[in-house]
Design a protein around this ligand. Structure first.
Ligand code: ASP
Length: 439
């Protein structure tokens, strides 16, 4: 039997009606063995996520202000779910523990983790499964990163003893023995480490969209959903701002070669997107490009110097100047007598004078020019590896739309072409590129 680890996000578990949908999904296949739950999310647009309510409660407590209303509102969220589902819930006992924590030097991560802790307990009860507290089997290193090996061993041993269980998402135990959370959206990471530790065949990530879209729907009208994408393509698109999941959720399953299936709790009949270890480029397929993503907010530092190409170590010195100012670079397009470094405008702003002075001093350029207001767009697809004319199509689409290209970069993996354009042209450029490849 094929087995899955499932993760349900906050909107999938926001109220009793959503719990019912989740239960019918979990019970639909015998192989859906381990379920990771988020805290209750928003029930409607105006609503507040329980995690945000918990952070607000913590803030009031450390400021020495009255937090009793906030705590009561949180308690009510769980009581309502439990009452409507007819599930046993010891609100009195659970909230007495939280209240005594708040009264005796509250810790931010502990407070935030209670959303997942309580919601997962409720879900476990409702499903009739065991509850697993990740405080006992998910561990962090002293530097705050996941202790992947210890977690995999301990969690693996815990899961091996269970047929079915619900694991709370988002937290574990830090090196100091206290509860520690991942960054926001971290239940995705818990789902991935549970899938790996359980040696599941699939990691099903259930959310409120039917998978990834091939372009940003705020820019392109009804972009096509992506049926299948490789980890590599996903990395390229997420790096450019197209995100469906927490960034760190890919690595645990990638190591284990487990595919991820992004699904919609509100439309379980949709196939969603499959994120797979490898995808073969099919020379016959009409699908050349998998997705288009981009971001505004970049600057280019351009250095011109005669005979630059003969100067050994020039690029290394330039990048070293930028790195030692704490700025990371995105791309380094170069030509014989000039070299540009594309950086995030916000990072650059803070370090601008330091970088400019060091470049003048150490590299003696003929000209040093900074351009701001650059947007980057990545056209990503495994299908372009064996295709001729993909770059030509990108450039002619942009030229026809009168978009000036300020930078071009093709990754050596050949699965992406990145162009830098004026921020003002961004929306127009994404649209024409989408039309060129998808319609
Ligand atoms: N509840 C946490 C958050 O809102 C973690 C998660 O949902 O994944 O960020």
């Amino acid at each position: 039997m094929k087995t899955s680890a499932l993760k349900f996000g906050g909107s999938s578990l926001a109220d009793a009606a959503q719990f019912r949908k989740v239960a019918s999904i979990v019970k639909a296949h015998e192989g859906r063995v381990f379920t990771v739950a988020s805290a209750p999310g928003k029930r409607n647009k105006q609503d507040t996520k329980v995690t945000d309510m918990l952070y607000a409660c913590y803030d009031l407590a450390v400021a020495g202000k009255d937090y009793s209303d906030q705590l009561l509102a949180i308690r009510k969220r769980f009581e309502d779910i439990a009452a409507e589902l007819g599930v046993q819930f010891d609100a009195e006992g659970e909230f007495a523990v939280i209240a005594s924590h708040l009264a005796s030097g509250p810790r931010r991560d502990y407070m935030a983790s209670r959303g997942e802790y309580l919601n997962s307990k409720l879900l476990a009860q409702y499903l009739g499964y065991d509850f697993i507290d990740p405080a006992t089997c998910v561990f962090f290193n002293a530097d705050g990163t996941l202790d992947a090996n210890k977690t995999n061993d301990t969690l693996g041993a815990v899961l091996a003893k269970k047929d079915k269980a619900v694991v709370a998402g988002f937290y574990g135990t830090g090196a100091d023995g206290n509860i520690k959370t991942f960054s926001r959206g971290g239940s995705d990471v818990t789902g991935a480490i549970v899938a790996r530790a359980a040696k599941a065949d699939v990691y099903e990530n259930w959310t409120d969209v039917s998978g990834m879209l091939s372009a940003d729907p705020r820019i392109v009208t009804s972009p096509r959903p992506i049926r299948e994408i490789s980890y590599k393509e996903l990395r390229e698109l997420s790096y450019m701002g197209a995100s469906v999941m927490h960034e760190d959720a890919v690595f645990p399953v990638m190591i284990a070669g487990i595919p991820i299936n992004i699904r919609n709790t509100n439309r379980p009949e949709d196939d969603g997107t499959w994120i797979v270890p490898h995808r073969k480029a099919d020379p016959e397929s009409s699908e050349i490009v998998t997705g288009i993503a981009g971001m505004k907010g970049f600057s280019s530092i351009r250095i011109e110097k005669a005979m630059l190409n003969n100067e050994v170590g020039f690029a290394a010195r330039l990048l070293e100047i930028i790195a030692s100012a704490g700025v990371s670079f995105e791309h380094v397009p170069s030509s014989i007598d000039s070299m540009s470094v594309i950086v995030d405008s916000e990072d650059f702003r803070a370090a601008r004078s330091q970088i400019m002075e060091s470049i003048q001093e150490r590299l003696s350029p003929d000209a040093l020019i900074v351009d701001t207001g650059i947007a980057l767009i990545a056209v990503v697809g495994i299908g372009m590896v064996y295709r001729r004319g993909v770059a030509a199509k990108v450039f002619s689409a942009l030229a026809q739309a009168d978009v000036n290209i300020r930078m071009i970069d093709q990754g050596s993996s050949e699965i992406n072409i990145i162009v830098g354009i004026d921020e003002d042209d961004y929306e127009k450029a994404v649209n024409v590129l989408y039309q060129a490849f998808f319609s």
